[in-house]
Each structure stands twice: as structure tokens, then as C-alpha cells.
Design a protein around this ligand. Sequence first.
Ligand code: 5GP
Length: 206
Amino acid sequence: MNFLEEKILQDGVIKEGNILKVDSFLNHQIDIDVMRQMAYEFKRRFHGVEVNKILTIEASGIAIATLLGHLYDVPVVFAKKSQTANSTDDKYVAQAYSFTHKKMNNVFISKPYLNATDKVLIVDDFLADGQAAHALIDLVHQAGAEVAGIGIAIEKGQQKGGSELRAEGVRLESLAIVEEMDWQTQTIKFREQPVQKIANQNLKLK
Ligand code: 5GP
């Protein structure tokens, strides 16, 4: 079991409707040590892959993306879900259905922040049906840039996002993959993954 699976078992709450709540360390309060370990583990898994930009989607992906950007020493960009009145920039726009909010969102990035020379590592907190990931891939392609890979903290393996992305040939790394979970018994089963080196808790970023 890796550090993230342990943390999910310790602090996660399973809700009816196939929702895993991890508010205490990822979606509301942010546990910086867990974020730091995730950033190290992504960097280890994507070793040898050229990356010059980290991309995520607001809001919960931003914390992981920021620590990862610090580790790679590259800019972090987040796709926005609502138009800001004071933005006059030209934008790349894609659509994503929100699994948690049950509505279609336009997601966008101002054109100056994605370029054709970018090799983009996409990161997000959860992967469910793959709507957010596909919207981010779409935005990267609109800019003529390249997707270097996708790093996900928690993949819900019972939903189709992961298998679709892998079938499309995307390099996808999910730190914890939920195989089954039951809200009534509060039990969860993770997919076996190759043994991971647990990042040293005392390691400093850089
Ligand atoms: P997808 O776009 O892959 O269908 O869903 C991923 C997005 O929905 C993530 O960005 C995440 O914010 C949200 N999400 C999906 N499933 C869950 C879940 O079980 N728990 C939480 N906290 N967020 C989820």
C-alpha cells in the first residue's frame, strides 16, 4: 500500500453515488506533506519525460500542480471554469461535464498561457469519467502543444476515464486506483500497482 492509499483509508469518507470525499487533505484542507509526496511520486513516475509546463483545472488540482511545478521549475497553468469579466484575452475553450456538480462547464485558457512549443504534464485530483482530462487534452491540442502525460492523484477505476485514456495511448499515471468502494460498509479496494518507493517525508522540494 502506498502513502496515498493509506491516507485515503485513514481520512477518506465514501458517499452514496460513488463519491469519495477527501476534504481533510485534498479538496478543502490541503495537507502539504501529502501534496509534496504526490509531487515527488509523479516526478519519479514521469522520469525521462520532457515537461515544460504543468496544466490543471480549477480548483482542487491547483495545489498538486503548484508543488509539481516547483519541483520541475516550470510554469503552472490552470484552466478556468467561469469567464472573468475583466479578461479580454483570446481563449481556447473546451467543454466538460462535471461529475460532482452534474452540469456542463465551459473550461478555458487564455491563449498566451499555452504555446505550440509546450510539453504539458496534466495533473488533477480525481479521474472519474475522464471529462476534465479530455477537456484539458483538447485545450493543449488547440494550442498545437503536446501532452507529455497525465498524472492523477485518485483514479476511480470503476468509471471509464482511465481505460479510455489508456486505450487512446495517453501516458497516464494514477497514484491510487480505486477498484471498488462501498458507502454502506465504508470499505474500499485498490488496484494492485507496482511497488512504489515512498517518498521520504523529510525531503525538501528542490
Ligand atoms: P471526470 O471529469 O473524470 O468525470 O471527473 C473528475 C473531476 O470530477 C475531478 O476534477 C474532481 O474534481 C471531480 N470528481 C470526480 N469524482 C470525484 C470523487 O469521487 N470525489 C471528489 N472529491 N471529486 C470527484
